[in-house]
Design a binder for this molecule. Sequence first.
Ligand SMILES: *[C@@H]1O[C@H](CO)[C@@H](O)[C@H](O)[C@H]1NC(C)=O
Ligand SMILES: *[C@@H]1O[C@H](CO)[C@@H](O)[C@H](O)[C@H]1NC(C)=O
Length: 561
Amino acid sequence: MERRRRRGQAVGQTDNPPGARPSRMAMAVVVVAAAAGLRTQMLRVSSKIPTWYPATFFSSSSVPTVKLFIDGKFVESKTDKWIDFHNPATNEVIGRVPKATQAEMNAAVESCKRAFPSWAETSVLSRQQILLRYQQLIKENLKEVAKLITLEQGKTLADAEGDVFRGLQVVEHACSVTSLLMGETMPSITKDMDIYSYRLPLGVCAGIAPFNFPAMIPLWMFPMAMVCGNTYLMKPSERVPGATMFLAKLLQDSGAPDGTLNIIHGQHEAVNFICDHPDIKAISFVGSNQAGEYIYERGSRNGKRVQANLGAKNHGVVMPDANKENTLNQLVGAAFGAAGQRCMALSTAILVGEAKKWLPELVERAKKLRVNAGDQPGADLGPLITPQAKERVCHIIESGTKEGASILLDGRKIKVKGYEKGNFIGPTIISGVKSNMTCYKEEIFGPVLVVMEAESLDEAIKMVNDNPYGNGTAIFTTNGATARKYSHLVDVGQVGVNVPIPVPLPMFSFTGSRSSFRGDTNFYGKQGIQFYTQLKTITSQWKEEDSLLSAPAVVMPTMGH
Ligand SMILES: *[C@@H]1O[C@H](CO)[C@@H](O)[C@H](O)[C@H]1NC(C)=O
Ligand SMILES: *[C@@H]1O[C@H](CO)[C@@H](O)[C@H](O)[C@H]1NC(C)=O
């Protein structure tokens, strides 16, 4: 839990002016800008942390200001309402995000709307070419986007790279649009009559993203929508805007025409705007339950398609015949990685029978994890996103004590040297938890593992199925029959067998279920294409007697471009 290097001692930074200690992240952003070929400028955030930002999408005032992306231009908002965003490891202000004005939001939708007809008519092969270039540019800039994520979100650099990488895989999948977008045909339904269907884009679609995966989740949204021929209005989380802005620049550099992607910032007003605007046809949302239920309702009431991934409570069932070494490592990684701020985090372990004897060893392994600022070498988990998030998690841990559970490992008092003001909580393990306790009922979204016990596999299955959420679950066993029975009977959309975080690769869809999902068509995979398209079915009759003989074509036709 020690910082390996003082903040002032970033590589190549030995002669800092007094009072100006560029953070390692500050360096990182320089690299970011250089890599993307962006013009950079030095900005003084406070007397303590001068920081570099890519001036294309951040501009200078007293603090760096995130721009809007409207009609192919990064523009300064004219709003008078701003939201500060912070480095979660220090709570220092990084910059501020505008609450876009109604006029700006309208301009963004107008731009999407203007761009739609020609984008929808652009051949699918040309759209695919843009996505192929985009895939390459994301790959080339992956580490730089990750550094921005660590700065704004707090997760470790390795984890941030994973965040971009999982998004990149969706872009790669979107490149297979040429097979995914095919319709169906049924020839000769009756004499000279065929039926066939097309998959057509919807129009303007919108996405509202959460703070926990600043790159992956936006990349679940606009690339899939756009490759189908839709134009897109994106609202990133106001706490982590940098990755989305960067990804927008890369998309523009890949050749996406102006107006095909627009970005607005804001909070409730922006969300309501998206739910209500008559020109927006579909909304993709990932985030908290409360917001998701609200957006699902309000958007659906206005006749829009909505897909919403909400909260979760994921159970890992540990059978006594499991490979102990592997299981304990997987559990610790999946419960505490990303400081538990993953909706697919394994936040509950159910130890079946003799497996409960492994608890002390689980605690020992959790203790060994190193808590530190995400950009520090060796960090296993970083801070929580805000002081409020930390307070909430501490509160839930406290409720465990009050309601009769035991806290075997308590991370609330952790001190991270050099980052005393950060929102850190160390790994925490609560055991003896019953299903009516607050720490079980609430999604904790912090580095807290809740441990329950069951006598049998059947009892464990019942416990998981009684929980309202159905995002993900895992079973650890070396017995195939046990694994099969569990996968078959458990009522959860995504099941891992000796795999702790079973987020499907993008050729499949993200199949959260029950209270973890609202809508009927999931994110990415074939379902993602279905969500962003509508079918047109054509029944046609060309009578044979009307055909004329024509001269044979002898030249190989070229199509598409
Ligand atoms: C499940 O987990 C994912 C990924 O962490 C998260 O984004 C989502 O909100 C959660 N809920 C559902 C239904 O997917
Ligand atoms: C949970 O249920 C048990 C037994 O029914 C009861 O004794 C206990 O007070 C309940 N705890 C909470 C927090 O509701």
